[in-house]
Design a protein around this ligand. Sequence first.
Ligand code: TRP
Length: 340
Amino acid sequence: MDKKIILTGDRPTGKLHIGHYIGSLKNRVEFQNSGLYESFIMIADQQALTDNARDPEKIKNSLIEVALDYLAVGIDPSKSTIFIQSQIPELNELTMHYLNIVTLSRLERNPTVKAEIKQKNFENSIPAGFLIYPVSQAADITAFKATTVPVGEDQLPMIEQTREIVRSFNSIYGEVLVEPEAIIPKEDTCGRLPGTDGKAKMSKSIGNCIYLSDDADTIKKKVMSMYTDPSHIKVEDPGQIEGNTVFTYLDVFATDKDAVEEMKEHYKRGGLGDMKVKKYLNEVMQAELEPIRNRRIEFEKDIDAIYDMLKDGSDKARAVAANTLREVRTAIGIEYFTKK
Ligand code: TRP
């Protein structure tokens, strides 16, 4: 059987946090090491520019942070191709071809884009490039003939839109493109790890994140000030587990599930203080994040080597995308000067 192909990526708008880690990075490392997939991992700088056109410096600086985070969690450039979106101009041409088979009203219906437009207060000033980024994302995915796209839940509408584009393209021009499948993390909380303030999503703009690069003290401070059950005031009070962020994190990160169950029971009965639970969570988080942080510090020592790695990955990715683009142009019938 042919190897399955993975394409996934992140917008470089800041450092990556444990929401990214649990929602997707951890999965990617597993897939990479399974040997069952060929993996392409893309730093989506061009997509990040669709709503940061006036702040390219931020994207440029974040790009290297994201690359460091990848390496720190165990994405290995000898096994996965890590590349930069903007270095693959073929993706833009693919986007243009796909735009002709997508309607404006379909673009306006994408729920993730809709939510972002609201959140960013774009109202009547939506950058056109932003509105069409799902189409450019379809180009990212199809350029590599990806079969599998491991992403967080919020990306499902993008994969759905990609599948529609693939079906229309293939039905008009012939079977060229591959319909991808999304894979989201197993545990339900993983798709959307709440922020430390208990808000729905960990998000840089809200400031409720624990970053993969946070030092031990910062992690401790963030854990100790986490949102719990606001009506659990005295230690003896019975406490709530549902919506209690500390327990949500324990469910996701703790390996000793029995210990967590025991703590939950105790907390519900009353007599277990928030401080104790948080101390335990802090130990769990430190154990998970320390090796990642230490690897990151090692990689930070040679930034030139990181750029070399990204250049190699981009060259390799570009060759693959160029191949697909040639097939697409041939299928459409615009390879006028190529002799058969
Ligand atoms: N939209 C993704 C995000 O917000 C980034 C991304 C761009 C992506 N192109 C992709 C993800 C292709 C998966 C596949 O993080």
